[in-house]
Design a protein around this ligand. Sequence first.
Ligand SMILES: Nc1ncnc2c1ncn2[C@@H]1O[C@H](COP(=O)(O)OP(=O)(O)OP(=O)(O)O)[C@@H](O)[C@H]1O
Ligand SMILES: Nc1nc(=O)c2ncn([C@H]3C[C@H](O)[C@@H](CO)O3)c2[nH]1
Length: 228
Amino acid sequence: MTVIVLSGPIGAGKSSLTGILSKYLGTKPFYESVDDNPVLPLFYADPKKYAFLLQVYFLNTRFHSIKEALTADNNVLDRSIYEDALFFQMNADIGRATQEEVDTYYELLNNMMGELKRMPKKNPDLLVHINVSYDTMIKRIQKRGRPYEQLSYDSTLEDYYKRLLSYYKPWYEKYDHSPKMEIDGDKFDFMASEKDREIVLDQIVAKLKSIGKLPLNWDKSTDIQIEA
Ligand SMILES: Nc1ncnc2c1ncn2[C@@H]1O[C@H](COP(=O)(O)OP(=O)(O)OP(=O)(O)O)[C@@H](O)[C@H]1O
Ligand SMILES: Nc1nc(=O)c2ncn([C@H]3C[C@H](O)[C@@H](CO)O3)c2[nH]1
């Protein structure tokens, strides 16, 4: 059983690459709750009021996905639980959570992490991080078009997104729960360009082979799927 998690800022291309990668490897995709998330629009309309609730909502839905993904077949998840604290910490740092909410959140997160440690598979096998610049991030957010994420919706979003990017760099450098790799999301348009898609998939397959999660002779055409 092999579990791959994607990471990266808003609009980096995690959901898109999750779909592409899971199809390519013949695995199952797990998506973050976004379009069916009732708290997300509330959060963007009033971040201070809803930051804690949104965080608990995401933690809960993410925990459900992880439990399923870590006990089922080969899977790809479109965001890691390790990014949840990054988001919450950033929101807390800009005054969107009380000290009691911060304390309660971290206690809950630690408690859930403790549960994950008791599972047969404790960590993902590989983290694939998509790096994007601020300009790319904004272009992708515009392209996708969720109204409440647009810069025109709230004048503070520019700072919020820039801050988010600045939190991701040290987060990725410190990340040590599994092998990891970076994809250049500015350079590769894996949505529109078949050539770029192939390059990105080749990079991920090479990494999976190098960490022993795919047989060295694995080839898409041979119809062999990710190693147990
Ligand atoms: N490498 C890419 N090149 C060009 N367009 C891309 C690329 N990756 C994603 N996109 C486009 O950017 C938009 C955002 O992509 P996607 O929804 O996959 O991002 P995400 O990282 O999952 O975002 P979120 O964190 O908000 O869930 C989509 O419209 C998608 O088609
Ligand atoms: N505040 C906050 N905390 C999280 O843990 C979190 N995870 C995702 N998101 C937001 C980003 C995108 O708008 C949208 C889709 O990723 O949801 C979050 N927002």
